[in-house]
Design a protein. Structure first.
Length: 371
């Protein structure tokens, strides 16, 4: 069976988590670099990765890499790629990308050259002088880094953080893929009790439930490559069936969430219901100053960061209150993400371990307490 090279971008700091996920799925020749994990697999791996990966941002087919210090090299390198392996005679192939620290820095010009080269390659392979592009969309992406151009096809469409359960969110939601990474780093298992005293729209609790119950995060959505004629529909059916078979509905997992905002509580309930995990949760309105974690629970939290001065002071006071209510140890571990370099001072306890992460463009630390 022909092997396909795939690349999955992820949040900086979650590369090792994603690598473990890819390994479990059966990915081969796995390599890790900043913000991405690359691997190989058969055609079924495109479907499996999209449906099952919790921390990947999207699944890309890596068509190839080449040096591109001039537009001529960019054109020739693109025409050498096996585009017809995935792009059919009538398929659409829009182009987008970016360039960093490279001689070719004009994105519109690079898009135009790659589009022209791809048209020449495909026109030659299909024996036509005009490509109608009326079929399924095969989004081409390019990344030029230090004069090395890599060209991809995006199989996901919407980013993989779009699980389908969070149509609405509060003003500062954590991305589902990052939340899944936090849950993995918190070592949530099938029999875990998880709580979040500032649950917002419920993302951390829902991702904890998905992890514990073995629910594939992509089961409730569709993907761009489902429309590709190059991937048989049966492959998608088989991989969805495979994912469903791995679910652990008998797991003893339980989650407790609370928030001082009644609208956040209602939002968490609504999203958990859409995600199909509300029966595993108890959600209530409560100020963090009245919070006490359940016996044996893992506390996972994404407290407000604060951007303006008054907000920052309020956030610091919140960290202090949280520290007064939490007494983490081996039986009551706790993980909290924050960009505040003085978080431990406000919280009142030095973390047993810290891990650098990025929440969007915000540099954060994951403060981990487990001793």
């Amino acid at each position: 069976m022909e092997k396909i090279k795939l690349c999955c971008p992820c949040h900086f700091g979650l590369e090792s988590v994603l690598k473990f996920e890819v390994t479990k799925l059966g990915g081969e020749e796995i390599t890790v670099s900043d913000g991405k994990v690359s691997f190989t697999g058969g055609i079924e791996m495109i479907a499996r990765a999209n449906i099952c990966l919790a921390t990947a941002e999207r699944v890309l087919v890596e068509l190839g890499s080449f040096r591109a210090e001039s537009f001529e090299q960019l054109f020739e390198g693109t025409t050498a790629l096996p585009l017809e392996r995935f792009i059919g005679k009538t398929d659409a192939f829009p182009v987008k990308g970016h360039s960093i620290n490279s001689k070719l820095h004009s994105i519109p010009d690079c898009q135009r050259i790659i589009k022209k080269a791809a048209s020449k390659r495909l026109g030659g392979r299909y024996g036509v002088t005009w490509l109608e592009e009326s079929g399924a969309v095969h989004q081409m992406q390019f990344n030029i880094l230090k004069d090395i151009c890599t060209v991809y096809l995006d199989t996901s469409g919407q980013g993989l953080h779009k699980r389908g359960y969070r149509k609405n969110s509060n003003s500062a939601p954590i991305k589902e893929t990052l939340a899944a990474g936090l849950i993995d780093l918190a070592r949530v298992r099938s029999d875990s009790i998880v709580c979040d005293p500032m649950c917002g729209s419920g993302t951390l609790l829902i991702e904890a439930a998905y992890k514990a119950l073995g629910i594939a995060p992509g089961l409730r959505r569709s993907f761009a490559a489902q429309e590709w004629q190059q991937i048989p529909e049966e492959v998608w059916k088989e991989e969805r069936s495979r994912a469903l078979g791995l679910a652990r509905q008998e797991a003893a997992f339980k989650a407790f969430g609370s928030d001082i905002d009644p609208e956040a509580v209602d939002l968490t309930v609504e999203n958990a219901r859409k995600a199909g995990v509300l029966s595993r949760m108890e959600i209530r309105e409560r100020d963090v100053k009245n919070f006490t974690p359940p016996e044996g629970a893992i506390t996972v939290c994404n407290p407000p960061y604060g951007e303006r001065l008054l907000d920052i002071r309020a956030a610091e006071e919140l960290y202090k209150r949280l520290g007064e209510r939490l007494h983490p140890d081996a039986k009551h571990p706790c993980v909290i993400i924050s960009p505040d370099e003085n978080f431990e001072t406000h919280f009142g306890k030095k973390a047993d371990k810290k891990r650098k992460l990025y929440n969007g463009m915000i540099k954060c630390d994951l403060y981990m307490y487990f001793k």
